[in-house]
Write a protein that binds this ligand. Structure first.
Ligand code: PLP
Length: 452
């Protein structure tokens, strides 16, 4: 920090404060974690200064021999860790990984057959008229994914996202009564819509998915099954999700972030079966430019960590702790979407406290409990105010929290929410954003959170 402070002291101070904030509060955002010092340090090296467009051994820049080493290592660790035939470690983020996956599927299932039909060996042989035909084919494809309010991600076909614009899209939700995925409904939708891509995976669904069943559905309609395991990759790596719940043997393409439950640097990763390997390998130039060489190096370090036996224990603790947190809420009378959890997250419906998600999130933050508001299925408060709070256990599990600590977390959360009332706006009308917590509660909880 001294070196940074000698150039821009305000950045040094913000960095110091960020560490104090992250350690002094309860980090319960389901998509966050604490990467290891080795992973963090690897991101701050000279690889940051190196351009390396292309792939290993086939670069558009000179002097990429060391980047080749770290990229190969990261891919090797990813293949070994997940038991996947092919791994692509260049995507800068989860969204980039999903874009690479979409375009690989389009390349494999649309571009190649179109080129064959047009009698061209590759796109360089296309005439302007052929290009128009190809663009039309690309623009005419369908994607079916989980809706945002049921727990899906923006990139799974949400209309305002690029995925909802580049594809004709439809969404599947969860059962309105149970909050659970209904595979018969997914099957019926798939049979009617006949998508090219069926996306499984989620950001806020507190249950496991049967990927074998999803693959069956995809096969029945000739779709490619793509699984976005960004949230639960750590549970797959740690063998908490096995058999039908492990996406790797079932999906043709699996994408993930590397920074959530997997506990690596911020970044993306694509795993693919052989059939799609060559297409995914064209991520650059198809979607990406120069990879973040320093982050690929950090991916290699974090993936090596995840291959250690201790990571399996860590992953099991993530799931056990989520159960403890859910039980803590349920025994204190709180309502959970799907009635519980069997992954790393818990979705609390805060309407029972008379609050919106926005009010609950702010009241908890005042008390040193860092979460994010989240829609619940069929949310009457929409995606901005919401009626839910999402809690994840990966970060505090890294800090060594166990059953007792998570029960205390549930106690602190319920104490804050049960002592918070909705407020009014300037005109005195009910507001979905303002709130008031009883005097002294936030400070008391904040002190307890800082001591944990
Ligand atoms: N996919 C899922 C399921 C996610 O939850 C997220 C991030 O929250 C992403 C993709 C996007 O990841 P990133 O923020 O790294 O682009």
């Amino acid at each position: 920090l001294e070196v940074i402070a000698s150039v821009e002291p305000r950045v040094a101070e913000a960095t110091r404060q960020e560490l104090a904030d992250q350690r002094g509060s309860l980090k319960l955002i389901a998509s966050e974690n604490y990467a290891s010092p080795a992973t963090l340090l690897t991101m701050g090296t000279w690889f940051s200064d190196k351009y390396a467009e292309g792939t290993v051994g086939h670069r558009f820049y000179a002097a990429c021999q060391n980047v080749d080493t770290v990229e190969s290592l990261a891919a090797e660790h990813a293949r070994e860790l997940f038991g996947a035939p092919y791994a692509y470690v260049q995507p800068h983020s989860g969204i980039d990984a999903n874009l690479v996956a979409f375009w690989s599927i389009l390349a494999n299932r649309v571009e190649t057959p179109t080129l064959q039909r047009l009698g061209a060996k590759n796109v360089n042989e296309l005439t302007e008229e052929d290009w128009e035909t190809l663009r039309h084919e690309f623009g005419n494809q369908r994607l079916l994914g989980m809706s945002l309010d049921a727990g899906g991600h923006l990139t799974h076909g949400f209309r305002p996202n690029i995925s909802g614009k580049m594809f004709h899209q439809q969404q599947y939700g969860t059962d309105p009564e149970t909050g659970l995925l209904d595979y018969d409904v997914v099957r019926a939708k798939a049979q009617e819509f006949r998508p090219l891509v069926l996306v499984a995976g989620y950001s806020a669904y507190p249950r496991r998915v049967n990927f074998a069943k999803m693959r069956e559905i995809a096969d029945e309609v000739g779709a490619v099954l793509m699984v976005d395991m960004a949230h639960f990759a750590g549970l797959v790596a740690g063998k908490v999700f096995t058999g039908d719940e492990d996406p790797i043997p079932h999906a043709q393409i699996v994408t993930t972030t590397t920074h959530k439950s997997l506990r690596g640097p911020r970044g993306g990763l694509v795993l693919a079966q052989e059939e799609f390997a060559a297409d995914v390998d064209r991520g650059c130039p198809m979607v990406l430019g120069g990879p973040l060489s320093h982050v690929m190096a950090a991916k290699a370090v974090a993936l090596a960590e995840a291959r250690q036996p201790e990571f399996r224990t860590y992953a099991q603790h993530i799931a056990d702790n989520a159960k403890s947190l859910a039980e803590g809420f349920l025994t204190r009378g709180a309502k959970l979407v799907t009635g519980g959890t069997d992954n790393h997250l818990v979705l609390l419906d805060v309407s029972g406290f008379g609050l919106t998600g926005r009010q609950a999130e702010s009241a908890l933050l005042d008390a040193g409990v860092v979460t994010n508001r989240n829609s619940v299925p069929g949310d009457p408060n929409g995606a901005w105010y919401t009626s839910g709070i999402r809690f994840g256990t990966p970060a505090l599990t890294t800090r060594g929290f166990g059953h007792e600590e998570f029960d205390t977390v549930a106690d602190l959360v319920v104490e804050v929410l049960s002592k918070t009332r909705p407020g009014t706006n300037k005109a005195g009308a009910p507001s979905k954003a303002t709130y008031a917590t009883e005097d002294g509660v936030a400070d008391r909880v904040k002190d307890r959170a800082a001591e944990m």
